[in-house]
Design a binder for this molecule. Sequence first.
Ligand code: G1P
Ligand code: ZN
Length: 542
Amino acid sequence: MIITVPTKPYSDQKPGTSGLRKKVPHFQQENYAENFIQSIFDSLEDFKGKTLVIGGDGRFYNREVIQKAIKMAAANGFGRVLVGQGGILSTPAASNVIRKYKAFGGIILSASHNPGGPTEDFGIKYNIGNGGPAPEKITDAIYANSKTITSYKTVDAPDINLDQVGNFDLGEMHVDVIDPVADYAALMEQLFDFNAIRNMFSLGFRMVFDAMSAVTGPYAKEILENRLGAAEGTVRNFTPLPDFGGHHPDPNLVHAKELYDEMMGHDAPDFGAASDGDGDRNLIIGQGIFVTPSDSLAILAANASLAPGYSNGIAGIARSMPTSAAADRVAEKLKIGIYETPTGWKFFGNLLDAGKVTICGEESAGTGSSHVREKDGLWAVLLWLNVLAARGESVQEIVRQHWAAFGRNYYSRHDYEEVDADAANGLMDALRASLPTLPGTKIGALTVEKADDFAYHDPVDHSESRKQGVRVLFAGGSRVVFRLSGTGTSGATLRVYIERYEPDSSRHGIETQEALADLIAAAEELAQIRSRTGRDTPSVIT
Ligand code: G1P
Ligand code: ZN
């Protein structure tokens, strides 16, 4: 009953920062998803009889593509598919299932923090046997295959019932519909001191977790409320909806504004957190204080040994290049390695596999560790809770003490979304062309010390990744970074990352945009954002 279906290639199936992302109607074109999935299988070797994990964030079109992927996996010779009940697996949970059951790899259906629904975003990503996103060698092969594909293989069989945990046979292949939460919750229990956190909740610690109607709802309910005893109602918007309730499931200060306002208000809870569409991002807010992801990475790394899973210390830290250098100071103090990688979690995999680093993070609200090979939103929340329980101090106290000890890296990212792609490329080209002349240039009181287009040499497999973002470094340690997003689905998104280091603790209370004002002005002068994009202000400031 294996059938070979003739197809024609699409020219636009190049995976971006995190898999292939397009609008749903684009994915609904004839054989569009099938072509991409077959191109994934065609880029892999020796998987006959092996296990494939499949799951997604529950967004619109998730179930349809899961059924297609299961049948195609059977026709292509996989021996077993593990699929989350209801088609659900958060990105970190999928990574864990791949690792725990020694699967060959996994297909994750998600467009992360992008909106969902019939006209919104969808995505397909392939993860390898270590549980992490496929490296560029594989994503390049997938793209090459997608341009020459002539047919795909599937089986002629009814759909699998995804709504109940159970086992099915599909031709030669077994399908196990698994509980999407159980393995992940068990892993978290191993890493963190659940007794200490439970005790903190029983003493009246109050928390709010906004699951943003996305995939972390069932995970957060089970772990925070059922296992850790947080009050019922702690987890909000916990039912995953195909359109996320019409919102962007992006835990930042724009899309999680209600939570932010609550945390800044009178009688705020002790701790506020949120996660994104597929559960890999985190937002951390204390009573009266937003913790930037870059600071959160540094603070978690500095305090990780308070959690049982990291009690022997951490081997090293990796951060993406645009992420602030706050973590570098922690690594220096702990005398451990620090690695600066291009944007995207896939660059951390080799460092984690080689044991060079234990904790990784990105300024885009991604933090994680060697426990899986993806960033992990709930993991970051639980490590924070473990640190809070162990130290008995507030988020505010912990952050301020950290700044006093290490200095403060004022940090902000300005996004200009959906700008004209030609204008955005023109802006980047002009910046690149100006690089040789920038060193020594004065902009207001700032002097450019160094300027380059970031290139990464992977110390493990020695691969090179070029053109990963334009960096302008000023004397004194401040910097501005420019890059175009690799995850957007319409037009281009320009990201401008701005950072200033302030060692003097008497100057740690300045409002962030104010503290960065001269650098923001310098970014405009360097890149001519207004005239080139026609935008006066960023669409999102984080
Ligand atoms: C964005 C973030 C990046 C993250 C990725 C996937 O990519 O900037 O740090 O790894 O989403 O969540 P970008 O759109 O900037 O290419
Ligand atoms: Zn995500």
